[in-house]
Design a protein around this ligand. Structure first.
Ligand code: AMP
Length: 302
């Protein structure tokens, strides 16, 4: 049977303003981006919560991309909503509002099948609920984990608490600097490794690529140069989804697979920013991904 990746995160209705244009209440959320991005490699099992108002066309789109929604609870009430605005610098965004709605006080419960998951991605969500989910997984082979500034600012202790259960931690450059109180990314990454993260730390640097630090090697990948950034939302979640999707498909975690997974993550993120919301990754083909993978290889050889 093909491996599946279990992805816990938000499923949202996002409103977005960028210098190029705006969209209201489109499909978003860390789990949506990550599941769609993982789907180029393996099917995924989403764990999340939505309200009764969640549009059926979004459910269809996720299902058409091999996202199993059986562990997505449908609750009385409104779906999580988020609104963000970007200026000319795509790395800087302003959150206009976050409406937790059904996500407030939600705790994920796994089915017996979900408890047997081997590949797990804890996408951006409250760290205490991430821990609650992780404790239900009996024997994971790989746990990848992501967070955001909201949790770093408000619940740093909960993050410290979860890190020893994590194999691969993903941070933005500004997030890891804030969390470790260290502006040097190499030192900050090492601090995370020494806090119990077992296999690696990925530091995403937006248009400047990403760094992978592990106890035995360091790897740097550039961002694929994109001519027109339409909407940076979800780039991090797409990066992570591609990375865990690839590792799940390979079913082994070593230097070679970790490096390739980081490159795939970077490539899928480069597509994610080329459209509003999940627009671009939802119509992307594996051939396009492989072409960019090859182009990046040629661009970086000397
Ligand atoms: P990224 O651009 O990769 O940081 O992810 C953007 C996504 O994160 C959006 O689709 C939002 O719906 C989602 N998001 C924003 N704030 C939160 C939050 N507090 N909890 C869970 N998901 C969130």
């Amino acid at each position: 049977m093909k491996n599946k990746v279990l992805i816990y995160g938000s499923i949202a209705l996002d409103s977005i303003e960028t210098p190029v244009g705006s969209r209201e209440e489109i499909l978003g959320g860390s789990a949506s981006y990550a599941c769609l991005s993982a789907s180029f490699f393996v099917p995924s099992q989403a764990v999340s919560v939505i309200g009764k108002d969640f549009p059926p066309e979004h459910t269809r789109l996720l299902e058409e991309h091999n996202v199993d929604l059986h562990l997505v609870e449908v609750k009385e009430g409104k779906t999580f909503r988020w609104k963000g605005r970007y200026g000319q610098n795509p790395n800087q965004r302003e959150t206009i509002f976050t409406q937790q709605n059904v996500l407030e006080n939600y705790l994920p419960h796994l089915s017996p099948e979900g408890q047997e998951a081997r590949y797990v991605f804890l996408a951006n969500n409250s760290p205490s609920s991430q821990k609650f989910l992780l404790e239900q997984v009996k024997k994971p082979s790989l746990v990848a984990w992501d967070t955001m500034n909201l949790w770093i600012d408000n619940f740093p202790e909960a993050i410290i608490d979860i890190l020893p259960g994590v194999d691969i931690a993903l941070f933005n450059d500004s997030e890891i600097q804030e969390f470790t109180k260290n502006t040097n990314l190499l030192e900050a990454g090492k601090q995370i490794l020494s806090s119990g993260v077992k296999k690696g730390v990925v530091i995403k640097k937006g248009e400047h690529g990403a760094l992978l630090l592990t106890p035995s090697f360091t790897f740097s990948v550039p961002a694929f140069p994109v001519e027109r950034v339409i909407d940076p939302t979800g780039a991090g979640d797409s990066f992570a989804g591609g990375l865990v999707g690839f590792l799940t498909k390979e079913d082994k975690v070593n230097e070679e697979t970790l490096k390739k997974a980081t490159v795939y993550g970077s490539i899928i993120a480069s597509f994610a920013v080329e459209g509003f919301g999940v627009e671009r990754i939802a119509e992307l083909s594996k051939t396009e991904i492989d072409e960019r993978y090859q182009q990046l290889k040629e661009m970086t050889q000397f």
